[in-house]
Design a binder for this molecule. Sequence first.
Ligand code: ATP
Ligand code: MG
Ligand code: MG
Ligand code: MG
Length: 433
Amino acid sequence: METISIIDAKNHVDQKVKIGVWLTNKRSSGKIAFLQLRDGSAYFQGVVVKSNVTPETFELAKEVKQETSMYVTGTIHEDSRSHFGYEIEIEAIEIVGVSEDYPITPKEHGTDFLMDHRHLWLRSKKQFANMQIRNEITRATIEFFSQEGFIKFDAPILTGSAPEGTTELFHTEYFDKDAYLSQSGQLYAEAGAMAFGKVYTFGPTFRAEKSKTRRHLIEFWMIEPEMAFMHQEESLEIQERYIAFLVQNVLDHCDYALTLLGRDKELLQGYTKLPYPRISYDEAIQLLQDSGEFDGLEWGADFGSPEETYLANHFSQPVFVVNYPKAIKPFYMKPHATRDDLVVCADLLAPEGYGEIIGGSERATDPDYLEAQIKKAGLNEKDYQWYLDLRRYGSVPHSGFGLGLERMVTWISGEDHIREAIPFPRMLNRIYP
Ligand code: ATP
Ligand code: MG
Ligand code: MG
Ligand code: MG
């Protein structure tokens, strides 16, 4: 008899198997007990029929408590009534670890309660589905960039300077010096692009953002590709192919997770249709003003969630908004060729209210311009000498972008809060567990 995972049940129909499981829920009558089981690979049902097992086994099935771990032995059958499609008819149960009264019961719990028990809540179906999707997006990211000829280039987490100012930075000590936790790997990725052509970073980033929104975490993961000899338009093409690739791979490999979440797969399939619309910041402002829903919105304003939601929903597709005002974007973006007040950049906004998932730009190449911008931004010039070297020794047009992993997961899962997209979310008032 083979020991299998639940996910492999389809290959063992009518065979006798053994599976290590936890009990998630149960119900029983005098003659039959239904045990809801999980093993980390899937969820399914075990059926214990009184007349087919020993009295001790049936008694055990009726008494066993939620989250008890055990080995069950029995025969796999098809079960067309469940999402999963298979069940096990149990003949024997061997308890591995008993469970105390489990705090998370099938009844409704408040968010704070669930977050306090995050280490246990991870066992729920919804979290299982979200982590499957997160895992697939990570896997497909590595596949995509490797097949496109990129090198994975890890940027440091501890940095001695603050690329975009210190207001959102976590400060720490570095022996007798100051250090900060990285809020973006981009400047390092640019050094990587000058050395290796096409690179991407994939790592944790930290922002001490005091805002409490449904799409900001304090600690999140970013994927930041950077490409030498590349202008904005080509970068946008890579971005949309990348997003479509991620969506397609989730559809191909996470069907069960999407079903558990009740996600509309046809809607997701629609997001693989390219190209995505591109509108300028100027046009975006016009659209928003014409809608009559944004009182007092003037050219020059940055967009928040309501504006981004309106724009992407207007197209029912992810949409690129290109060429924002220079004044609201960081110092390193390439100035527009004919408009002094714009930079060559793009944000990709996801529909259904998910907003900015990618921010990117072509990078400024002129060291004098950059030096002036660094000064203007009030940054310490000394910290950026290495960065300016990238322009002093064979500067080339180059572009890059950053995708927030949890923003992507939240959108694809159809969740309404970004805390659902990472195992242990770090938020304004939460660092436990
Ligand atoms: P927003 O305007 O939503 O605050 P941003 O413009 O500050 O985002 P960027 O600096 O452009 O963000 O970072 C690149 C990407 O990283 C964003 O497009 C988004 O996907 C993700 N991101 C940024 N901040 C956060 C955060 N606090 N939590 C989770 N993801 C984030
Ligand atoms: Mg921000
Ligand atoms: Mg933004
Ligand atoms: Mg941005």
